[in-house]
Design a protein around this ligand. Sequence first.
Ligand code: PLP
Length: 368
Amino acid sequence: MDVLDLARPEIRTMEPYSSARMESRGGRFLLNANESPWPPFDDGAAWNRYPDPQPAALIARLSALYGVDPGQVLVGRGSDEGIDLLVRAFCRSGEDAIVVSPPTFGMYAVSARVQGAEVLEAPLRADLTLDAGAVLAAVTPRVKLVFVCAPNNPGGAGVPRAVLLRLAAALADRALLVVDEAYVEFAEAGECGSVAACIGDCANLVVLRTLSKAWALAGVRIGAVLADARVVALLRKIMPPYPLPLPSVDAAMRALSGDGPHAMRARVAEIRRQRAHLRMALIRLACVREVLPSEANFLAVRFRDPDAALAALRDAGVVVRDVRRYPMLADALRITVGTADANARVLAALGAVGTSAPAPALRAGQPG
Ligand SMILES: *Cc1c(COP(=O)(O)O)cnc(C)c1O
């Protein structure tokens, strides 16, 4: 079976929009896109021209970085755009479905609901690790995409590569396995590393990568879909004509060149050190019930009295993510690992919080 047989048939046969920029290769006088003939500033930046829809230099850099062929890379506005394109290309409204493993990143379900696709759930195990058996059991003939966030947000658990590859093999000819590796750079080297290099062997394996976290470019909005070249070609057909602003492409190229990769590795090493330190220090605090093991740049922390912890942090000027609305995390806050200074503030604020859980009467209004 061809992996494209899983896609929406009307997308496979659709004639894509042909943009003026695609048709202008080799020309000297570009009078086909109704652009201004003059740039807005005299600093040499050709911002008067529409950008290359898929800039070759950026694709080349990303394909080398992730160890895949250029034809296996789709670059877009963050992995959020990749998630949306996958759902729109593979899920027919009112007919098809996706599988997610809650508690996990919310955008998979949001994109599916916008598209009119059903969201089936295969919850994580009680220790918040992936339950691959439950995922397989949730897959029906209507399921086209299975999303796994590895390491997972907001829990932080990594997923062993062997588990992901077995899952991809078990789903062959049935559904795409989409592995969201937004935090994989922060995973300790070893069994929970990237599966990007395996997409050549697994036509139904898709990997999402982003420059928003380890590469410190959240404001620049660049992410990549790594997949079988035919899947990438299909997604290119439904992508907006000029998704990537020139200043963003320039910023990404800067971060990925010269000293950029070295600086990224140094930042990641420091975050890992800070994560270990923060975790050990949090575990010793009286107000903390548990700190979930994390392969990402955040810690999910269970509190005896989450409201008191949140208030103490807020009073210290520290904003964290309240994840109590997620299943299995009804007492948890998610704390991003920051600078040594910021982390010290977290510990100081929480060190002053009492040890007792709130009286039962006060808990009545809280979500389960
Ligand atoms: C932050 C994050 C992303 C990154 O999204 P971008 O659109 O690339 O900024 C993707 N997936 C998960 C799980 C995330 O937490």
